[in-house]
Design a protein around this ligand. Sequence first.
Ligand code: 0L1
Ligand code: MG
Length: 263
Amino acid sequence: MRTLDQKTIEMLSERLENAELQRHEVLKITDEFPDMTFTDATDIQWETRRRKEARGNKIIGMKMGLTSWAKMRQMEVEKPCYGFLADYFSVPEGGQIPISELIHPKVEAEFAFVTNKPLSGDSVTVEEVLDATELVVPAVEIIDSRYKDFKFDLISVMADNSSSTRFVIGGRAARPEEFDWSTRGVVMSKNGEVVELGAGAAVLDHPAASVAMLASMLSERDEIIPAGTFIMTGGITAAVLVEAGDSIVVRYQDMGDVSMKFV
Ligand code: 0L1
Ligand code: MG
């Protein structure tokens, strides 16, 4: 259900996008609009996407967020959220990420899926996702909630493009049938010390289930996942706070490393 008018949707989209582009925190928007709904929040996110495209940015993929049961519990939310990835979010493997471009970034290890067939509707299965997958790619997401002290609820975070800000892909891409993605492991090190580890099952029991859930969430707006979509499926590890000077290396079992340095 929609409760906000178009003018308010545009005003909140501009507020959140300005916070992203000008690197400042804002209060969660449900403080001001306590009755707003998940549909309103989704409208705000799509308005931000429209603003970026109108400015010439390309949308190069999608992400799922809050896909681990542990993170949903930690953030006290009841379901995952999704977001879009703009072209300037992409950082080359081994690249430097200036902290001055961000507010309070955190990193999380993920698997990204690249589709080769369209996926649509609310009953897509893990098997159908795997059948529609060309490659699975090691990927690290840098999230950066625009909300003060990372304090938000599901509606506020959905409006904030699910905290999307940067991502790095690296290592070796694999065919979907090459591994069991639920037991594939990752180990994250910060400045040479292991800080997080996990396996694909942390993501809704199987990362492909996250792609299926994205198809379902998009179907609520009569949208689909087109063939050729790059999708970050959600954090396998907890998100780790980073500061200038930190080096992150994530080792993916049999798939190589993804690394970056915050400067
Ligand atoms: O990608 C994620 O799981 C994060 C989604 C938004 C929540 C957060 O900023 O922690
Ligand atoms: Mg993520």
